[in-house]
Design a protein. Structure first.
Length: 273
């Protein structure tokens, strides 16, 4: 056998040995990976808290990567937290009210639509006219969910948060006063109590604004009832001109600005409810 043949045969043997060793190592590695995956799956099933930790960590890494690429933190559930609804998906009556309020108070129709839908839902449950609820909201805050009066009436319905803090406990605490739907629900409860105590809508509105112990409510009840009447006409399908009100004073001063004693009266009257 020539030297060249011996060299070729030797190379073939070495190549064969290397290939066989690589196959065995690879096969064993895949087997090890498979076993590892199986044990990991068993551990995740047996300990769901480990899966939760892993998901949180993975989500954090994805958010960091998203921020590096776009400069924005990924928040896929942001739209679910928003107080908004498509006005075209509302019943015809509610949609008409939502669009009218949107034009008059210069606010987006989507959040107003969510408030209109909630007002109709809760109004039916507590037997209060939803257009009355919306009228109170309009006069109190002009649909500003962050409004605050000088004496601490807050949110859409200008509820005295410190007086009715107990009512916000079901919504997670006093900061829920600035959540539109929570404020609406608490405000409706306060309005319902005021009307029940007074025995009439007008009297209840007077109590609601804090003028129950005075002869003059500064025209508050009249303003609410006038807006209520307009909203009822809109809901009935009648054409009602949209007259945009003057810009509301800072943070809830729509509450009877004519009477300097009304704000202090609101504290006293609402506290009794």
């Amino acid at each position: 056998m020539s030297a060249s043949k011996k060299i070729i045969i030797g190379l073939q043997r070495v190549t064969s040995a290397v290939a066989k060793g690589f196959f065995e190592i690879t096969q064993n590695s895949f087997a090890l990976i498979g076993v590892t995956v199986i044990f990991a799956a068993i551990a995740l099933v047996a300990h769901p808290e480990l899966r939760q930790i892993g998901e949180i960590r993975l989500f954090g890494l994805l958010q960091e990567r998203q921020f590096e690429i776009t400069g924005l933190v990924n928040d896929p559930v942001a739209s679910e937290r928003a107080t908004a609804a498509d006005p075209h998906e509302l019943p015809k009556q509610q949609a008409a009210v939502a669009f009218w309020l949107s034009k008059k108070y210069r606010v987006a129709p989507e959040p107003v639509s969510a408030l209109v839908a909630e007002a109709y839902d809760i109004g039916m449950r507590v037997q209060l006219d939803p257009t009355l609820i919306l009228a109170v909201m309009a006069i109190e805050s002009g649909f500003n969910p962050f409004a605050q009066s000088p004496v601490g009436a807050q949110g859409l319905m200008q509820v005295m948060t410190r007086v009715h803090s107990d009512k916000y406990q079901n919504f997670g605490g006093k900061f829920a006063a600035f959540d539109p739907l929570s404020n609406l629900r608490v405000g409706v409860k306060v309005l319902q109590d005021c009307i029940r105590i007074a025995g009439s809508t007008e009297g209840g509105l007077k109590n609601y604004v804090g003028a129950g112990n005075t002869q003059d409510d500064g025209g508050y009840a009249g303003k609410v009832m006038a807006e209520h009447a307009r909203l009822k006409q809109v809901a009935a399908g009648r054409p009602v001109p949209v007259t945009t009100p003057a810009p509301a004073p800072t943070a809830g001063n729509t509450i009877v600005p004519e009477s300097p004693d009304t704000e202090s009266a609101k504290v006293a009257t609402v506290a009794m409810n």
